[in-house]
Design a protein around this ligand. Structure first.
Ligand code: BGC
Length: 733
């Protein structure tokens, strides 16, 4: 259908029919006997019998058969033949589950996110999904927040590149293709900055920080063509996002030219009453619609009050028509008018879900995500033909997919992964049955039984202690203040050490935990995250040295909770702490270092690389090059990172910001020269929606993590700047 036809369709619809089109409900609200099933809080979703056939979209309904039935019944009732659109949370895979986004961020390989998103699209499209509520482009700095797992960490550029690649992966060449789904970037804006890390709390973000740090990743997703934007739950600088015209209408629509659909978060329109800016549902609907909201998810205030709001001229009919047209356009772009059952196939579900090809990609990606935090005296990798101890609550656990894995429940456990490579007879396992499992609600495992440990581990020198947090204690609604491992898990680590073993901690978590207390009892620490379907196999590949770990932290690990927020791209201070000079009146803590335990960009390999000969050359372009040599004895992949600092500008700027990175695969003894083209955008900051350049001195810091860098500096003139290349990320372009 062309746009004129769609406009004609909108013109035929009544106000109520349009309002219903802008409403998104759960699957139980559809079907002939829908209303009898609505009880408890869901009863609030009951819509008038006449409105039901015009509701526009369904939330989280998955499965070819189910979707087909609901669509068929709906079309039997809808007089315009407008199909439903099915939207769902496909976050890190559908049936084949990939590592959590925070882990994928540690790969520093945005193209892996694209691969995962493509497979998620292919698998979910055959099960009737049309739109995924992904990517989450929320920059995060506070590990207390349970949803850091859905983010790509604390750096704007990393978040932007991963968000963009997700969109490309989901949407493919065109969302009209049956194996593509539309991407909905969320949660616009600043949802990743809840005060105190407490879920759904307020975010206070200065305008400059918002522009420079928080907004670029949403913009990158929009520029990559994301078809929808989900508005966040939080209040930002006193204005609830659900009614934030300045960010939604001015920034997103006018400045960024976003022309897709804007959708609320779950029940967020009604929550405007709890925010205290609407005294009833009518005011909530009015404020949300005038704030730029188009689709109301899981509440019905638009439908209940919209007609009256139009009649009283509180909202304009034009707005309503535009929003309805946007929804119809999305349905049309997806090809739903031509084929409301697009892509749905039970046969293809069987063929594609968890197929060998997808599983292989899941393993390849999972291998790139764990971060080796410590490796004293080459505790890792584990040698061939060695008996290995395996203890702890995650030794046998298959609950390693990570939160938001709605399509699946279990992955390969660490024990299964190791056993499939070295044989079960080489493993001395003392796991959950003996030591107690890690329960939900931050509950501890049982006290380690020392006699049992001693007996079980008698024949092995190295012991893997698989510890972490229960995956149900992560994700939405799982903010916490204590980021330590539980007491008995820490005790388990120290007891294994006391037995004289080489201790290898493998940490399963969806956020940076406070690992300081276990470090001295661990010879090696591998941050495993939650790696999805192939978790155990990928970890076995790394622990056994089939491949060297290459992950780099995309979020700093704090020394203790009191240090949070701790992130590398912080602002400077007038009183910086001077190394070796502990003056009281400096910006510092008296009981803890300023630096995190493990900084952004950090991660070891089984080898060692050195950087030398950092060169800055200006020959029409500003080019940075550095030599990297593998001085260790194993093949490895290193990520060379470029940070830039502007010494003096009109406004205060961060101490350093990541501007580019490149990965080098090196054999022992091999040297490579890695070069970077410095673009205009890398030297600018964002002010009032524009990239601003100021001449002056710049520092270029190149290293294998954000703290350990070689330095070079130069002055850059306006003429030199003019010669440089523009970047695709340049906001001015
Ligand atoms: C979450 C969103 C999610 C939505 C629909 C909300 O509670 O904040 O991220 O997409 O539910 O499931």
């Amino acid at each position: 259908m062309n746009n004129d036809k769609l406009r004609e369709l909108v013109a035929k619809m009544s106000v109520r029919e349009k309002l219903a089109q802008l409403t998104q409900l759960t699957p139980i609200c559809f079907g002939n006997d829908a209303f009898t099933q609505l009880t408890g809080p869901d009863a609030g979703l009951r819509v008038d019998k006449d409105d039901q056939p015009h509701v526009g979209s369904v939330l989280n309904c998955i499965g070819a058969e189910k979707v087909r039935v609901i669509q068929r019944e709906h079309l039997n009732r809808n007089k315009y033949n407008i199909p439903l659109i099915f939207m769902a949370d496909i976050i890190h895979g559908f049936k084949t589950i990939f590592p959590i986004p925070l882990a994928v961020g540690c790969s520093f390989s945005p193209q892996l996110a694209q691969k995962a998103a493509r497979i998620a699209a292919v698998e979910s499209a055959v099960s009737g999904v049309h739109v995924t509520f992904s990517p989450m482009a929320d920059l995060v700095r506070d590990a207390r927040w349970g949803r850091v797992l859905e983010s790509y960490g604390e750096d704007p550029m990393i978040n932007a590149r991963f968000a963009e690649q997700n969109v490309i992966g989901y949407q493919g060449e065109s969302i009209h293709n049956e194996n593509s789904i539309a991407a909905c970037v969320k949660h616009f804006a600043g949802y990743g900055a809840p005060e105190g890390g407490r879920e759904y709390s307020n975010a206070e973000i200065s305008e400059g920080t918002l522009e420079q740090m928080y907004l670029p990743s949403y913009k990158a997703a929009v520029d990559a063509g994301a078809k929808l934007v989900m508005i966040s739950f939080n209040t930002i600088n006193r204005v609830p996002m659900t009614a934030n015209a300045s960010l939604v209408k001015s920034k997103l629509r006018n400045d960024w030219k976003f022309d897709g659909c804007v959708i609320s978060d779950y029940n967020a329109v009604g929550e405007l009453m709890a925010h205290g800016i609407a005294k009833n549902g009518a005011e909530a609907a009015e404020r949300a619609i005038n704030g730029g909201m188009e689709i109301e998810m899981m509440s019905t205030h638009f439908l209940a009050n919209g007609e009256e709001l139009v009649n009283n001229k509180k909202i304009s009919l034009q707005q309503l028509d535009d929003a309805t047209l946007n929804v119809l356009k999305l349905k049309n772009d997806l090809g739903l008018f031509e084929n409301p059952y697009r892509g749905i196939s039970e046969e293809k579900e069987k063929e594609l879900h968890l197929c060998q090809k997808h599983i292989k990609v899941a393993r390849d990606i999972a291998i790139k995500c764990p971060v080796l935090l410590q490796n004293n005296n080459q505790a890792l990798p584990i040698g061939e033909n060695e008996k290995i101890g395996l203890v702890g609550p995650f030794a046998k656990s298959r609950h390693v997919l990570g939160a938001w894995s709605a399509g699946n429940t279990e992955g390969v456990s660490l024990m299964e992964g190791l056993a499939s490579q070295i044989g079960a007879d080489k493993l001395c396992v003392a796991s959950t049955e003996e030591l107690g499992s890690l329960l939900e609600g931050c509950q501890d495992i049982a006290m380690p039984n020392i006699t049992l440990l001693k007996r079980k581990l008698a024949g092995c020198k190295r012991v893997i202690v698989a510890v972490g947090e229960n995956q149900n204690d992560t994700g939405e609604g799982a903010s916490k203040t204590d980021l330590h491992l539980t007491q008995n898990q820490m005790k388990l680590v120290s007891e294994v050490k006391a037995l004289g073993k080489v201790v290898i901690a493998v940490v399963f978590s969806a956020r940076p935990l406070v690992l300081q207390p276990i470090l001295e009892n661990c010879d090696a620490v591998l941050q495993a995250w939650f790696l999805g379907s192939e978790s155990g196999n990928a970890l076995a590949d790394l622990l056994l040295g089939n491949i060297s770990p290459s992950g780099k932290l995309c979020m700093s690990f704090p020394q203790c909770e009191g240090q949070i927020p701790v992130y590398y791209n912080h602002m400077r201070t007038g009183r910086p702490q001077q190394a070796g000079n502990a003056t009281r009146y400096a910006s510092r803590y008296i009981d803890c270092p300023n630096e995190p335990l493990f900084p952004f960009g950090y991660g070891l390999t089984y080898s060692e690389c050195s950087l030398q000969n950092l060169k800055l050359e200006f020959d029409k372009q500003l080019r940075l090059s550095v030599e990297i040599t593998n001085i260790g004895s194993r093949k490895c992949t290193e990520t060379v990172q470029v940070y830039i600092m502007h010494h003096t500008a009109s406004i205060a700027l961060p101490a350093k910001e990541l501007k580019d990175f490149a990965q080098a695969e090196l054999n022992p003894g091999q040297t490579q020269t890695v070069s970077f083209n410095i673009t205009q955008q890398m030297l600018t900051y964002i002010l009032n929606g524009k990239n601003v350049f100021e001449t002056g001195k710049f520092s270029f810091m190149v290293g294998t993590n954000s703290e350990n860098c070689l330095h070079a500096e130069t002055n850059i003139s306006q003429e030199q700047y003019e010669c440089m290349e523009r970047s695709q990320y340049d906001i001015n372009t």
